[in-house]
Design a protein around this ligand. Structure first.
Ligand code: MN
Length: 499
């Protein structure tokens, strides 16, 4: 596969082209004679890694050059020093980051190495999120070619992918990448369950093959009748692993008939207004099912996902889920943080045009701050990280409509600290959706929370039992520590203070 496949697909400045070309040539030479287990020349792997990144929207030359060079230090005679001399600091930093991440092998979730991998991942992410994105692109290609590896190796890699990499992709809002990683790992890690599900779902998919195109035409006709032409409509099939997980939830109880979104229609519009117009038109012709209309545009999912969902009695009286979103939302749902990756002249990432992207960047920088704050107690930091990192998140709003993203089980106190540390320490009471509520109330997705500020600091030790976010807890602890020390020193006679 020639480099041209990458270069001709995207628009690169000629200075960027030069760097990418140099990195490719360096890597190709370094890996020359090496083959992948599939028998193809090794260079195809780093090239595919770079292509993955570019297709997610990561098209800066440093990321792509680092992707092309990512296996050079580990697998060839060329050293990081040589890369550094030829390509400079930024690219070398990225290559080193990816190399470091790759060294740890994981056996299962109880393995101490599991936490170690996570730790490295977060450290790398805090330093430069591109390191983790390169690793995801690398892993995706490795999963796509996993059939060439021996069975035990396949299992270890697939399990690691399910336990770490796909969760990470999800947390970064990269739904498409997550779905692919999960569906590639699923048959290897849970072969029996996979086969069972495939057999179960097959008749439904066979029906959908006929039904989806008909429903699509019908929908197109109706939209056109109402003056909306050129809407992009497509059918989508739910990722199998996500279906498998859904079926295991108690409310689905392994009953495929309770899942309405195995196949869905997706309407892509140009504007948010059009999304609501389309929803209105659909409901005019097809009766919606109660409780199945979801407005994730007004209240996005915690990972930033935005879309309108509705399930209707569709053409021929069959249930069908319809998802409506703009092009931007579609891109964000697929590639999340990567889809907005654009560098300013100064080399700093531009803040995202969409709020959710800004929130993902915020989440990464939060991790970074938080890691600095608690680094006097690393054990505790990593323990709470494990909880926070993969815990379900909820979105709540300030009275002005700003979104705060908190772990499930959070209270108004967590919210107050997420708004501002000072509001946290002075949190005297709270209103949830306009009603006075106790400070230990568990918040729900979509709640509007208002904090009543008290003149004096209000923190008490009880708050540690009433909060769920690690950042609030660490701030409460450090406040208590500081103020208890002050308190003690104020009331301790001087002679007692000396040792
Ligand atoms: Mn690799």
């Amino acid at each position: 596969m020639p480099l041209q496949t990458l270069l001709s697909k995207y628009k690169f400045k000629s200075s960027d082209q030069k760097i990418i070309r140099a990195a490719f040539e360096f890597a190709e030479k370094a890996h020359s004679g090496q083959k992948r287990k599939s028998g193809e020349p090794y260079i195809n792997h780093p090239l595919k890694t770079a292509m993955n990144l570019a297709s997610w929207g990561m098209q800066d030359s440093a990321t792509l050059a680092a992707a092309l060079l990512h296996d050079v230090p580990e697998n060839t005679d060329r050293t990081l020093d040589e890369i550094s001399k030829k390509f400079g600091e930024e690219i070398t930093f990225l290559v080193l980051g990816v190399t470091k991440l790759g060294r740890i092998k994981l056996r299962n979730q109880k393995d101490p190495a599991y936490l170690e991998t996570l730790k490295r991942m977060v450290l790398a992410m805090a330093e430069d999120i591109r390191v983790v994105l390169i690793k995801l692109a690398d892993r995706l290609h490795n999963m796509e070619t996993i059939q060439f590896l021996p069975r035990d190796k396949q299992e270890r890699i697939a399990r690691e992918t399910l336990e770490i990499y796909s969760s990470l992709a999800a947390r970064l809002g990269m739904g498409e990448v997550r779905g692919k990683l999960e569906d590639l790992s699923f048959p290897i890690v849970y072969p029996r369950q996979y086969n069972k599900l495939v057999n179960l779902v097959r008749p439904k998919l066979e029906n959908a093959q006929y039904y989806i195109p008909r429903a699509k035409n019908e929908l197109k006709k109706i939209l056109k009748l109402n003056g909306l032409e050129n809407m992009e409509i497509s059918g989508r099939i739910k990722h199998l692993y996500s279906l498998y997980q859904k079926l295991q939830r108690p409310e689905y109880d392994n009953d495929l008939d309770k899942v309405y979104d195995i196949v869905a229609l997706r309407v892509i519009t140009d504007s948010v207004e059009d999304c609501y117009t389309v929803l209105g038109i659909i409901h005019k012709y097809f009766r919606p099912i109660r409780g199945r209309i979801k407005d994730y545009i007004a209240v996005p999912k915690p990972n930033g996902y935005k879309s309108l969902h509705t399930t209707v009695f569709g053409p021929e009286g069959k249930f069908i889920e319809i998802q409506i979103r703009t092009h931007d939302m579609q891109e964000e749902a697929e590639f999340g943080i990567a889809s907005h990756w654009a560098y300013t002249e100064s080399g700093k990432p531009k803040s995202g045009r969409a709020r959710h992207n800004a929130r993902q960047i915020e989440w990464v920088s939060q991790l970074r701050d938080w890691q600095k704050e608690t680094h006097d107690n690393p054990e505790e930091y990593w323990d709470s990280l494990k909880i926070d990192f993969f815990k379900n998140r909820i979105c709540v709003f300030t009275p002005k409509g700003d979104i705060k993203d908190l772990p499930e089980g959070s209270s108004p106190i967590d919210f107050a600290f997420a708004v501002h540390s000072d509001l946290g320490t002075h949190c005297g009471g709270s209103k949830i959706n306009g009603k006075m509520s106790k400070l230990d109330t568990k918040l729900k997705n979509g709640d509007v929370v208002e904090i009543i500020r008290d003149k004096n600091p209000k923190i008490s030790r009880d708050w540690l039992d009433q909060t769920a976010s690690s950042s609030a807890r660490s701030k409460i602890k450090s406040w208590l520590k500081k103020n208890e020390e002050n308190f003690i020193s104020r009331w301790t006679p001087d002679f007692m203070k000396r040792k």
